[in-house]
Design a protein around this ligand. Structure first.
Ligand SMILES: Cc1ncc(C[n+]2csc(CCOP(=O)(O)OP(=O)(O)O)c2C)c(N)n1
Length: 513
């Protein structure tokens, strides 16, 4: 059995079931091994940033890692933007990166690169496998690292001769660490803050955004008057009717400062202190007031749900608190695109248990409150700010959850980064409705420019205007085997979305704005 075969068998034995890939010559041994072995679904992404984005979406929904197979340093480099997004979401992932044979490397062949350096930039765990005998135990260690809470990026670099050499057979899976519990004195200290009567906000992220975490947080809010918020971007959140509606910290700095004004305590539950997305002249980096004290209830790797439940009991909160309706009433709107009206329309039509993947940029700003009362769903977003996340992330989520409808909300400029994911959706017959917000500009950047007091000139119009020629998303999608249609109004969208949800398989709706 080759090293490659030993590694693939190890991954399967360790619970890795899907391999998103774009292989080359140095990964041929893995492809040969995958031809022979059952138990690993192989999915081709026609660009590495599609591959890594798919693995991110898969991990968020499957709550376990997929493998990626990437070609040498340059292949890994192409995947880095979405590895960055995955790292920021604490998504578990095992990257297998092929490389030059050990004895060939000194000749500096064309694809030689600082593969470790590239890997280190976005991975929590990096190893270059030293021998065919060792590669399977390296693989088991990679899966263990990836599954270490809260989820990590593990990258194993495998020289070609390690892959083709005589392997030692599959290595046994290694134990997976459980989330450490929060110390009792931390829970008691936070309880004291909550009893102080001073204005408190719980900032919830990661594990705390599941149904159990949100319910426990709501018990605390109900008993103490503490406010609840999530960060501006959520990696995955349980939402919709019956789930606790928690708003995000707004993206726009002045709005965020207003929302958090007067706070005396921010309790971090798997979350970071709320910072601005960027710095702006004369504006603070932190969105909390200067005299607001930051206290960590649970770090991202800790058991935030248990900590919240414990805290709720400690302060004597009632066991069951009914969910209060918040947000707007779902209703099909009409007329031209407007983010809030679109959200209400989407909320009226969203299928039960859907997965919403949001890379909608400015078109998505008002969607959160407008969809609190939609049918129960999960919402996933890019948490790393690197655009081009939506289409591949939705693709990976659909691989993870074949029985759920995935709705991808994609801004057009960001969508152009990874449009090849549509081809993967068609090839794998994935159940995704993609909605492209075709405003044909980088709207957010025009906004940033104007907020600096400037007016667009020739350069900004060149850089931020995506027209001349206009993109035709219907033909782009059709060219990749995805059925598509264009709408220009909310009522037109409603009809098309209803029809698209009525059948299985990928579909794209271009919403001309
Ligand atoms: C990888 C990466 N490259 C560039 C940027 C900078 N950037 C942020 S938003 C944006 C344009 C977004 O335009 P679009 O997706 O059309 O959304 P809109 O602003 O029109 O809603 C760009 C280029 C980024 N965030 N990430």
């Amino acid at each position: 059995m080759t090293g490659a075969e030993s590694l693939i068998r190890t991954l399967i034995d360790s619970g890795v079931e899907v391999c998103f890939a774009n292989p080359g010559t140095s990964e041929i041994q893995f492809v040969i091994a995958l031809d022979k072995i059952e138990g690993m679904r192989c999915v081709l992404g026609m660009a590495e940033t599609v591959v890594t984005g798919c693995a991110d979406g898969y991990a968020r929904m499957a709550e376990k890692p997929a493998a990626t197979l990437l070609h040498c340093g340059p292949g890994l480099a192409n995947g880095i933007a979405n590895l960055h997004n995955a790292r920021r979401a604490n998504s578990p992932m095992v990257n297998i990166v092929g490389d030059q044979a050990t004895y060939h490397r000194p000749f500096d062949p064309p694809l030689s690169a600082d593969t470790e350096g590239l890997a280190r930039a976005v991975s929590h765990w990096v190893r270059r496998s030293g021998s065919a005998q060792q590669v399977s135990s390296d693989g088991a260690a990679a899966v263990q690292a990836a599954r270490t809470p809260p989820g990590q990026i593990a990258t194993l670099i495998v020289p070609a001769d390690v892959a083709w050499g005589e392997g030692s057979g599959p290595a046994a899976p290694l134990p997976v660490a459980v989330r450490p519990q929060v110390a009792p004195e931390v829970v008691r200290a936070v309880a004291r803050i909550l009893r102080s009567g001073e204005p408190v906000m719980l900032l919830l992220n990661g594990q705390a955004l599941g149904e159990a975490g949100l319910s426990a947080a709501q018990r605390i809010a109900h008993a103490t008057g503490a406010k609840l918020r999530t960060p501006t971007q959520v990696p995955r959140m349980a939402r919709g009717r019956g789930r606790v509606p928690v708003e995000r910290v707004p993206y726009v700095v002045d709005t965020a400062l207003n929302v958090l004004a007067g706070l005396k305590h921010a309790i971090l539950v798997g979350a970071k202190p709320p910072m601005g997305f960027f710095a702006y002249p004369g504006k603070p980096s932190l969105m909390t007031p200067q005299d607001c004290v930051m206290t960590v209830l649970a770090r991202p790797e800790q058991d935030a749900v248990a900590a919240l439940q414990w805290l709720a009991d400690e302060i004597g909160a009632p066991r069951f608190v009914p969910v209060k309706e918040a947000g707007l009433k779902p209703a099909i709107a009409s007329g031209p695109f407007d983010s809030e009206a679109f959200g209400m329309t989407l909320a009226a039509l969203l299928p039960e248990n859907a997965i919403v993947c949001d890379d909608a940029v400015t078109s998505g700003r008002a969607l959160f409150p407008a969809t609190f009362n939609a049918a129960p769903h999960d919402w996933i977003q890019s948490t790393g700010g690197a655009i081009g996340h939506g289409l591949p992330c939705a693709t990976g989520a659909a691989v993870a959850c074949p029985d759920r409808k995935v709705v991808c909300l994609q801004a057009d400029g960001a969508g152009m980064y990874t449009l090849q994911a549509l081809w993967t959706q068609a090839r794998e017959k994935l159940d995704v409705v993609n909605v492209v917000f075709a405003n044909r500009i980088y709207k957010i950047l025009f906004g940033e420019l104007r907020s600096e007091g400037a007016e667009p000139g020739c350069a900004s119009n060149t850089f931020f205007d995506l027209g001349r020629p206009d993109l035709d998303w219907v033909r782009i999608a059709q060219g990749m085997g995805v059925e598509a249609a264009r709408v220009g109004s909310l009522e037109g969208f409603a009809d098309m979305f209803r029809a698209a949800c009525g059948h299985r398989g990928p579909f794209l709706i271009e919403f001309r704005i």
